[in-house]
Design a binder for this molecule. Sequence first.
Ligand code: WTA
Length: 667
Amino acid sequence: MTTGASSAGADAGTSAGLSNLLHEERRFPPSPEFAARAVAGPDLYERAAADRLGFWEEQARALRWERPWERVLDWQPPFAQWFVGGQLNVAVNCVDRHVEAGLGDRVAVHWEGEPGDTRTITYAQLKDDVCRATNALLELGVRKGDRVAIYLPMVPEAIVTMLACARLGAPHSVVFGGFSAEALRSRIDDAQAKLVVTSDGGYRRGKASALKPAVDEAVAQTPSVEHVLVVRRTGGEVAWTEGRDVWWDDVVPRQSAEHAAEAHDSEHPLYILYTSGTTGKPKGILHTSGGYLTQCAYTHRNVFDLQPETDVYWCTADIGWVTGHSYIVYGPLANGATQVVYEGTPDTPHKGRWWEIVQKYGVTILYTAPTAIRTCMKWGDDVPAQFDLSSLRVLGSVGEPINPEAWVWYRRTIGGDRTPVVDTWWQTETGAIMISPLPGVTATKPGSAQVALPGVVADVVDDTGASVPDGGGGYLVLREPWPSMLRTIWGDDQRYVDTYWSRFEAMYFAGDGAKKDEDGDLWLLGRVDDVMNVSGHRISTTEVESALVSHPKVAEAAVVGATDPTTGQGIVAFVILRGAAAEAAAEDAEAGEAVVQELRRHVAKEIGPIAKPRQVMVVAELPKTRSGKIMRRLLRDVAENRSLGDVTTLADPTVMNLIGQGLGSGS
Ligand code: WTA
C-alpha cells in the first residue's frame, strides 16, 4: 500500500469537490420536537465512553438469550469472541419473540412485486413460514453447520429462507441474483454449500428474467450440492434435474408450522457473504450470531430513530448485499419493525415508482444509496413532486460517499426540508453501521458521516499509523473490536490477518481514505486500494482484469475506477489485443467497436452486469513501472481526461503517447 493520503482523495468517487467539501458550512440541527421524542440521546456517547463493554452488554440485553454470557469479550487480536458462553436463536429473536409478546398481528413485511402484485406478511405469518421452511430444510437433509446458498430475487422467500437457516444454525451464503453462473459457482464451491435455494426468475425492468439457468450451469460443477429448492415466481419454463431439483411449493407448504428452535452459541456462524477484495478471489466474510444481532438491532433503532409501533421503514437495498442482510432482515426484524420490501427497479413502470410506494404505504424512514439519489435528481424534481411524501421523517444514505449537493437535494426534495439525513458508513466486514450522525442528537453536515457511533472507536491515521490532528487526512481505522465485526475470512484466517490487521499495528484497516475536519468530524473519501465502488457495489479491478484476459482476443488488461457523476465511479478498461484481433481493430474502426462491445458483454457474463465496463479502450501499451507494476494512477488520469501526472517512474515514458493515440476507441 503506497497510496498516500492525498491520492486517497483523488481516488474517491466524489473527489472533484474535495476542497469544497471541507468548506461545507451548512448545518442542520435537529428540531426541538424531534429531539424531544428521539430514541437516542446525547447520554449514549457518555455511557459508552465511561464503560464501553458495559454499554454493549446493555445493548445485548435487548435481545432474548436462552443462556446468559459469561464474558462480554474475548479478544485475542485479531480474533474476537463476543458474549462468550451465551446462547440464543437469531430467528426466535427476529420472529417468535414478537409473536409471544402479543405482536403477531403487526405487519412485518409489506411486499410489493414489480408488476404490482403485493403480499402482506404479519409477524405471526412470518413465524409460521419460517418454521415450515426450517422443517423443509431438515427434510432436504440440511443440519446445523451445513451451508446453504441463496440465489433469489427480492421475494419474501429470500427473507424466510435466511431466517430458516439462522433457526437451524446452518450458515447461509446469499449470492446477489445479478451475479453470473461463474460467480455463483465459485461462491458455492468455496462455502461447500449443500443446498441452493433459487427461483425460476424474477421481475426486473418490466420483464421476467430467468435465474434457474445460472444455477444449473453452476451446480453442474459443484459436487457439494445435493438439492436445488426452486421458488416459483415468474411461472417461466425451467429445465429440471429429477432427484436434485425440488419445487418450494411441493415441500414447504405441507410442513408443520411448529419448530422447536435450538439455542446456538453466541459465536455460532450465522452467514458468509462474499465481497470483492484486491485480488481476483472474493472473500467470504464470516459473521456470527450474538454480537452481530446486537449491533444490527442497536444501530437500526438508534440511527433511524425507530419507533416500531408507528414507523414504516423501507430499505431499498437488495438482499444480496450486506445492507439487505443487516437492514432488511436482521436489524428491522429483531426490532419488530414494519417494513416495505420492493422487488424491482425504481423506474418501472415509471420514474415515480419509489415515491408512489412511499405514498402508498406511508413510509416514514427511507434508507438508500447516493447513486439512486443522484439518479432521481437527474430525473427532475417534478417526479417526486407528484406524490405525497409527508410521511417521511428520517432519511438514510449508505454505500458510497454522498456529495453535499445530493445530500441537500435528498433532504429538501424528498424530506420536505424537515427530515434528518443520516450518512452511514460501514462495510460488509463491519456487519453494521459504524459511523453516522444520530437523528435528534447530531447537527448534521451535508457530505459528512461525522462521528463514530457510541461504542465504536474510529480514527484517521497517517502512513505511520499516527492519529492525524483535526484538519488532517489519511486512512480510516477502527481501534477497538466491535460486536458485529467479521470473525474471519471463511477458510482463510491468514488472509483475514493480512488484509485487515497487518497494515497498522493493532488497528483494523478499512481500506478507505478519510479526513477529519476542524470539528473532528469524519469525511469518507473512497477506497485507497484496488477496489472500485460503482453504484455502491464493490468490484475489484483485478476481478475485472481476470475476466478480460480470459477472453481469447485479449493479451493484457488494466482496469481503473474513474469518477462518474451518477454512479460514483465507472469502470474503465484498457486492453491490449492479441495479434490478429489487434490488427483488425487498428485497421477498421467498426471491427474495433465490435470487439469493444464483445468484451463488455464478456465481463457481464463472467461476473455479472454490474461489472460491465463503462468504457473499453484498446491500446498498444500499458504504463508500467520498472518493476512491471501497472501505473493505474496514470490510467485514471487518462480515463478522467486529466492532464497526466508524474511519469518519471515509468519504464518507458513514451507509452503514454501511444495510449493517447488509442483513445478514439471508446464505448
Ligand atoms: C463505501 C456497504 C462513504 C466504503 C455497507 C466502504 C461509504 C465500502 C459509505 C463498503 C459512506 C459505504 N460514505 N463511503 N456512508 N458507506 N462506503 O462492503 O468505501 O458493500 O469501504 O458495504 O463502501 O462496501 P460494502
